[in-house]
Design a binder for this molecule. Structure first.
Ligand SMILES: [Ca+2]
Ligand SMILES: [Ca+2]
Ligand SMILES: [Ca+2]
Length: 186
């Protein structure tokens, strides 16, 4: 059984990915996030960068669809929670680690915009804005995720945070704040 805290984080993740808030995670959500980021970064349709970003999110969707849905084309909440419990929260360590690595790699590909191998506060705020997450708690979350206090989130720090986000049952685990805050209230 998943704990209340674990379920609330999985709800949060589902809500974040269901960009158009129709209760289903599908390709349109990933495209919507890509388009939102292009607006944020002032990249216009037709520019090469626009196509690169859109393609990355299309690939991100393909990975998600393959991994979570068996190429089903969409995931509703029941599907997601069942998958998350069996594979992500309680599943095989190697498969979980592989998923976390891919997920963290995608975050770096998309948001480490200055390519220095770290996510700084501005890049983290872009991530939150891109996914339409309230940025009010960004600084606080960032401080917690940056465990060695060097004002940067390293790959190692992000891997640890993602693992905690999906698996930890400790209400004080910093990784709970990966998407701004742990509990779903909006
Ligand atoms: Ca959706
Ligand atoms: Ca960076
Ligand atoms: Ca750090």
């Amino acid at each position: 059984m998943l704990t209340e805290l674990q379920i609330s984080k999985l709800e949060r993740f589902f809500y974040v990915l269901d960009y158009n808030r129709n209760g289903i995670i599908e390709k349109e959500d990933f495209i919507g996030i890509a388009e939102n980021l292009c607006i944020l970064w002032r990249i216009k349709e037709g520019e090469e960068k626009y196509n690169v970003i859109k393609k990355r999110f299309e690939d991100g969707w393909k990975h998600f669809d393959m991994f979570v849905n068996n190429n089903d084309g969409k995931a509703n909440w029941d599907h997601w929670i069942r998958f998350a419990e069996e594979v992500i929260v309680k599943g095989d360590e190697a498969i979980f680690n592989h998923y976390v690595d891919e997920f963290v790699g995608e975050i770096f590909d998309n948001f480490d915009t200055d390519n220095d191998g770290y996510i700084d506060l501005d890049e983290y705020i872009d991530l939150l804005v891109g996914y339409r997450i309230e940025v009010r708690f960004a600084a606080k979350s960032f401080r917690k995720l940056d465990r060695n206090n060097d004002d940067l989130i390293s790959r190692g720090e992000l891997i640890r945070a993602v693992k905690e986000f999906f698996r930890s049952n400790d209400p004080d685990a910093p990784g709970n704040l990966l998407f701004g805050r742990a509990l779903l209230s909006n």
